[in-house]
Design a protein around this ligand. Structure first.
Ligand SMILES: [Zn+2]
Length: 291
């Protein structure tokens, strides 16, 4: 297996913990930790086709378009406001990459923003259009050159951990954001997390390719020509980036290595959640036998 670390490009990967999911092609799948930077990722990585199939299965029926009354949505909007209120001004150009259900559109509408989205799922794209937003593409690798240096704010929420090439989306953001603009990235925190629902059976999940620590999120930002200007790290990582003077970004190998810390934490989680995980795993196997 010649997988490379998605953060530092090293091949020095060590098997860490196996996850369990009914959505996986072979129910068990390894994660690995990079000995050079402490990044955790699926091992071996999926192919593009596998990612697509798993995402379709996993997310099928999970989203409801136009779910305006959902308490979950209200909570997410409030949280988004707490992060972006200090950056947003009326009339800004905003890009939501991986807009999903486009729930963030309400927040930006309140600020008279020009809302743009890149979204791969048909029904979500239709929703953006019918709600007054503009869809500029479906995939990250599209041609967006006409929007270079166009956006004041770019939002990449809970997307980067799903990607086989996380640096690519940040490079795109670096290209499309104005030099005075802000790129906001949010994703799960791999150094501090809840295991409610299970560790190997819920926190580790087939649709997540990567598990970022804050240092490694900052590092991939640097690789893409972005500089972290502020951040917070609870159960979720929230990072605000600006363009660096030079968009080359070749110093991504620098930074702290959390390898030992990560190994210790994941082994602890493995032990602490053993019973909960075993119960869940047994139930899934039983259901398969009964079927
Ligand atoms: Zn690495």
């Amino acid at each position: 297996m010649n997988d490379r670390c998605l953060v530092c490009d090293s091949t020095d990967l060590e098997k860490l913990v196996r996850m369990f999911s009914k959505f996986l092609p072979r129910i068990w799948r390894w994660t690995a930790v990079c000995r050079q930077c402490g990044h955790v990722q699926l091992f071996p990585l999926f192919t593009e086709d596998e990612v697509e199939t798993i995402n379709e299965k996993f997310f099928l029926g999970k989203y409801v378009v136009g779910d305006n009354l959902s308490a979950n949505k209200a909570r997410k909007l409030e949280k988004l406001g707490s992060h972006l209120d200090k950056f947003i001004k009326n009339g800004m150009n905003v890009l939501d990459i991986g807009s999903g259900e486009a729930w963030a559109l309400d927040y930006f509408s309140q600020h008279s923003s020009n809302y743009f989205a890149i979204e791969s799922i048909d029904k979500f794209r239709e929703y953006v259009k019918s709600s007054g937003g503009k869809v500029i593409g479906r995939d990250i690798d599209g041609d967006y050159s006409e929007y270079t240096d166009f956006f004041d704010i770019i939002v990449i929420r809970h997307l980067i951990e799903h990607l086989l090439n996380p640096i690519q989306v940040l490079k795109l953001a670096s290209q499309l954001v104005k030099s005075s603009g802000t790129v906001f990235v949010a994703c799960p925190n791999a150094s501090h997390f809840s295991t409610k629902g299970g560790f190997r059976t819920s926190f580790l999940r087939p649709v997540h390719i990567s598990y970022f620590s804050l240092d490694n999120l900052v590092r991939v930002g640097k690789s893409a020509g972005l500089e972290c200007i502020s951040s917070s790290a609870n159960g979720e990582l929230n990072c605000f980036f600006r363009c660096r003077d030079e968009k080359k970004g070749s110093d991504h190998r620098s930074g702290l290595n959390h390898y030992y810390e990560v190994k210790k934490l994941y082994n602890k989680m493995l032990r602490e959640n053993l019973f909960q995980d075993l119960v869940k795993i047994s139930k899934i196997y039983l259901r398969r036998i009964i079927k």
